[in-house]
Design a protein around this ligand. Structure first.
Ligand code: SF4
Ligand SMILES: [Zn+2]
Length: 353
């Protein structure tokens, strides 16, 4: 039997090489984003990009395989100042998203006293809902209780990077470094404290076929709703430099998910709760995001955006294009068992090495 950890280490070895190269070339200035995004659920959402030191899990060569975000700009002394500047632009927004390219609750990224000051400041400005995002393993009840001392739970919404219910896929295809049990624990703490949370589900981890990707996402969405998620956001994987999916795409082993796949997951799951399609806020900007053919991609993306705004599933009723035939062919692709497949794909020399 193939050992899961050996397979993971084999992939890690290659990804470390990619990231090493990326870090040498990396110059993306993220110090930076204060902007509006598309409406979600009928509400304008303002994003304040926080100038943190970056994801503490991703800021080393052993972080997630699929994340193109390699390094933050460390200006802890300026971070709160920069936040205040961002907040002043959006004093009248109902909904503010604090985008930290990592975990808001990670004390290494944002000291707990700064977390608290930021939330208090936004509430004082009249913001009705503040969304933060975090890895599940960073949800700590003691810290949360301290935040809730001054910020009532109804103001907070937490985006939890769950990705998949399947621990094998999380370990060998994503290298996320946490377990489903830790997601369960985070859900329990948030539920207990009446905090709404949105679970993020990745669509099409590297190495999965299109069909497997849909199947995994369906099971993951169901799992996330069963754990009390108020919303689920599907996150179709994008291709960014120095990532595993970029490496595999260059070898011909990876295609970004079809938008038809994303829509099929939405259609199948929207009856279980609020399902959204994410993937609009990537740093650094991806080379490629989920798509169909050149003829219909822009049109289909517009419909998806409209769906995010309205949750009207009928919007997908009359969508059509010739490329559905190619998508169906992709759904029919059969593969050898996952661990064998990973060993095979990683063993074949690609143009990137
Ligand atoms: S995907 Fe999230 S947890 Fe993983 S390295 Fe990137 S920012 Fe960090
Ligand atoms: Zn098309």
């Amino acid at each position: 039997m193939i050992d899961k950890n050996q397979v993971r280490l084999m992939v890690l070895d290659v990804v470390k090489g990619l990231k090493r190269q990326g870090l040498a070339e990396y110059d993306t200035d993220i110090s930076r984003i204060v902007r509006d995004t598309l409406k979600r659920l009928g509400v304008n959402r303002a994003i304040i990009g926080l100038n943190t030191r970056g994801c503490s899990y991703g800021n080393n060569l052993e972080g997630c395989f699929i994340c193109g975000y390699l390094k933050g700009y460390e200006h802890p002394d300026r971070m709160y100042q920069q936040f205040l500047e961002g907040a002043s632009h959006y004093a009248c927004s109902d909904n503010v998203f604090l985008y930290s390219n990592g975990s808001f609750f990670d004390p290494e990224e944002i000291p707990p006293e700064i977390q608290k000051k930021m939330l208090e400041h936004l509430v004082a400005l009249g913001v009705k809902q503040i969304t933060v995002e975090t890895r599940p393993d960073m949800v700590d009840e003691t810290n949360l209780n301290s935040l809730l001392d001054s910020v009532p739970a109804r103001y907070l919404k937490v985006g939890l990077g769950f990705d998949t219910y399947n621990d094998d896929i999380r370990d060998v295809c994503l290298n996320k470094g946490f377990t489903r049990q830790q997601y369960d624990d985070a859900s329990r703490i948030l539920n207990k404290n009446n905090i709404h949370f949105e679970s993020r589900i990745v669509v099409k981890p590297p190495f999965l076929t299109e069909y497997e990707a849909i199947k995994e996402a369906l099971l993951s969405v169901e799992y996330a709703f069963n754990k009390g998620s108020s919303e689920v956001s599907l996150e179709p994987i994008a291709i960014q430099d120095y990532t595993l999916q970029d490496y595999l795409a260059k070898k011909g082993f990876f295609r970004v998910p079809w938008l038809w796949s994303v829509i099929s997951i939405v259609k199948e799951t929207h009856g279980k709760g609020t399902v959204l399609v994410g993937g609009e806020a990537f740093v650094p900007l991806p080379k490629e995001t989920a798509c169909n053919c050149n003829k219909c991609t822009a049109r289909v993306r517009q419909v998806i955006n409209k769906f995010n705004e309205t949750q009207d599933i009928r919007l997908f009723d009359n969508l059509d294009c010739d490329c559905i035939i190619d998508w169906r062919k992709d759904l029919d692709v059969k593969e050898i068992p996952l661990f064998d497949r990973i060993i095979k794909q990683m063993s074949e020399r690609g143009s990137f090495q």
